[in-house]
Design a protein around this ligand. Sequence first.
Ligand code: NAD
Ligand code: DAU
Length: 355
Amino acid sequence: MQTLLVTGGAGFIGSALVRLLINETEWRVINIDKLTYAGNLESLADLANHPRHLFSRTDICDRAALDGLFAAHAPSGVIHLAAESHVDRSIHGPGDFIQTNINGTYTLLEAARAYWSGLEPAARSAFRFHHVSTDEVFGSLGDTGLFLETNAYQPNSPYSASKAASDHLVRAWHHTYGLPTVMTNCSNNYGPCQFPEKLIPLMIHNAVSDKHLPIYGKGDNVRDWLYVDDHARALWLVFEHGIPGETYNIGGHNEKTNLEVVDTLCSLLDDMKPRADGKRYAEQKVSVTDRPGHDKRYAIDAGKIERELGWKPVESFETGMRKTVRWYLDNPEWVAHVVSGEYRQWMDRNYGDRT
Ligand code: NAD
Ligand code: DAU
């Protein structure tokens, strides 16, 4: 049985990836996560005692702990998702983004390199370090054009600058030391278990809680939305079949303005959970002060991963959004625990001294 280290596996995308790996492969997963405010093992409640899922509460900035995990578990590779991920938080407090996204990636690269250097030749060439990144490193598009892997980096927020720095470190570790890295840059994800600070879960939660739906500025910024399980499938495909040193863009071909996204959510909720007073959810929309430096438009050209690795998203925007709204309506405790902070106590009860 082969072993994979996954960092950030208690987060939104990481938990979807861990579930895919346990349910659809034979791999053993060592899930390394610091459990910041965004880490939530309740998202992996079904795998709490699975024999191929081992959780370790570890900070990726802790070199000694990482060395111990590599030595103890002898992994065949790493998929690195751990990061500070929310743009608004990076604007209000960039320090954690520099620490985790840059220093943490550097520390993980060095721990991986030390371990990889000591492997036998066959294991050395089979080893992969997969760095999970974002389309935000390419900056903002105008009304036309798509992000290609070859676009210049032009990050605009503290978050995207820290991710860009981590991408450059990964590239350098491949070029200089020969570490077999692959990298992916993905567009906006949505789906179950996303922390309700991000647009889609925030709007669903606020709508059913009878709160305002705060739209930054005019709501005409464009994002390219991808259902999280489609991203997880792409990550595994790149880990298994991507060429070392290469990067792959991942996106859903679903460009929408923020207003279109919120209106879609409101109509789905009108249909799936009509308001008791007969009003439409769209009446809860309000325009609020714009995000400083707000990138206008992101859109991915996913041609390379489609052509070279045969990946295509399964979900359309319509099917993915319906599934997402259904999940949030069916799992009010998950959201309530996050909002109240109860998920911390849930983790203590169910994961005990591992957290
Ligand atoms: P998330 O915020 O939901 O999860 C991040 C996870 O990392 C959390 O479980 C957190 O506890 C953990 N973490 C944070 N700092 C850590 C540290 N120092 N050591 C160990 N663990 C730590 O994020 P997400 O949305 O799941 O994003 C995962 C990755 O994918 C990130 O690298 C992000 O940049 C990238 N990405 C996200 C999106 C998106 O739309 N969400 C799109 C493209 C790329
Ligand atoms: O493009 C990939 C990136 O997508 C990832 O790298 C990030 O980790 C992820 O957080 C996401 O970044 P965004 O800033 O695009 O996502 P967010 O959900 O914060 O915002 C989406 C859009 O909605 C953006 O244009 C800002 C707007 N917005 C957001 C919130 C939270 C609002 O209008 N109102 C809101 O309350």
